[in-house]
Design a protein around this ligand. Structure first.
Ligand SMILES: O=C(O)C(=O)C[C@H](O)[C@H](O)CO
Length: 337
């Protein structure tokens, strides 16, 4: 069991039933989610001691978020109470060729107002093995950009492994602004979740030769990123092919020291909910790295963790290591007795 801190925003998610536009809905389904919270939940399900750091309002919604996290075993002692409101997002579910649509309503949230003065990183990072953040937090306010930069510097100085999921969200900010905020973090990161589009549009890397296979292209991008930021130990991403809103193909990739390891390509049909699939994947990768598993096993586990997430409602993955490994060993379709 390792000790982990993740920091980010958790929101109320309100989603339409399948087959309904947002403006038609008279009933919305409630869940709680946020990239870093989703990773915290997964890693807690994997048996780690995980602290989620955030700020939520001091009202029944803030209390509900806390109970949600606690129900998955996440430590909420560093959940600060205060500020104006819980960020919210609306999800119009996709069907067939119509993809899902997210509408954020998160301005002036309690989390976006969180400042450096409210946290004591020296205390927070004591005995911690891994600190995980995502680019979403950087998009929310200047104080959060300052806070994340300070946090990763402090984590690195304390010898803690650091991880960043780029998680670019176009509706929150421009590529230019994201690029400016992300680059200063990269000299302090050990693990990065990023792919081809991040390399080109956020890090300014020259596009790979089009004649290359997609694996060769990814290796090219990771090599180029490593030339700029040699301290990054692992880079990871998924290849996703969207066949329809309910059928995707997904394959995991992890790269280290010039070598790329891949999971099998999962055909995920009958998708129940794909939100949080990337976070389930990231948590799987982080678990394998923390447990010093061979990277071939790490990436198979992460790919399967993500595939399983697509079968359940909400943003969080709710599978244990044993359950994921059992499906990996057993593959699908068989009755588990
Ligand atoms: O989109 C966001 O900002 C979220 O954090 C909501 C979701 O939980 C997240 O996108 C899933 O990765």
């Amino acid at each position: 069991m390792k000790k982990i801190v993740t920091l980010g925003e958790i929101m109320l998610r309100l989603s339409t039933k399948s087959g309904e536009r947002l403006f038609q809905a008279d009933n919305l389904l409630m869940h709680y989610g946020g990239a870093e919270a989703n990773v915290a939940v997964s890693l807690s399900q994997f048996g780690h001691e995980v602290k989620f750091v955030s700020k939520v309002p001091s009202n029944p919604l803030g209390a509900a978020v806390e109970r949600h996290l606690q129900s998955y075993g996440v430590n909420t002692n560093s959940l600060i109470k205060g500020g104006e409101r819980l960020g919210t997002y609306y999800l119009e579910s996709g069907v067939g060729g119509r993809s899902a649509q997210v509408t954020y309503d998160r301005k002036y949230s309690s989390f976006s107002g969180l400042t450096v003065e409210e946290l004591n990183f020296d205390e927070l990072f004591q005995g911690i093995d891994l600190f995980h953040v995502t680019g979403i937090t950087l998009a929310l306010s200047q104080n959060l950009r300052d806070l994340v930069l300070l946090a990763v510097k402090k984590a690195k100085a304390a010898g803690i492994m650091t991880s960043l999921d780029f998680n670019y969200r176009a509706s929150l900010w421009s590529q230019q602004a994201c690029s400016e905020a992300i680059k200063p973090l990269l000299s302090y990161m050990d693990i990065c979740f990023c792919g081809e589009l991040d390399a080109i549009h956020l890090l300014g890397i020259e596009p790979a030769n089009d004649s290359l296979l997609k694996e060769e292209k990814l290796k090219y991008y990771y090599e180029k990123i490593n030339e700029l930021y040699p301290n990054i130990q692992y880079m990871s991403s998924t290849f996703r092919t969207v066949l329809s809103a309910s059928t995707n193909k997904l394959q995991g990739n992890i790269y280290t020291k010039g070598e790329l390891f891949q999971s099998k390509e999962h055909l995920i049909d009958h998708i129940v909910d794909r939100v949080g699939g990337g976070d389930a994947f990231a948590a799987g990768v982080l678990h394998g790295i923390l447990e010093k598993w061979p990277l071939s096993r790490t990436i198979s586990f992460a790919g399967m963790a993500s595939a399983l997430k697509h079968t359940i409602h909400g943003d969080c993955n709710a599978f244990t290591v044993e359950e994921i490994v059992k499906v990996l060993d057993n593959e699908k379709g068989k009755i588990v007795r």
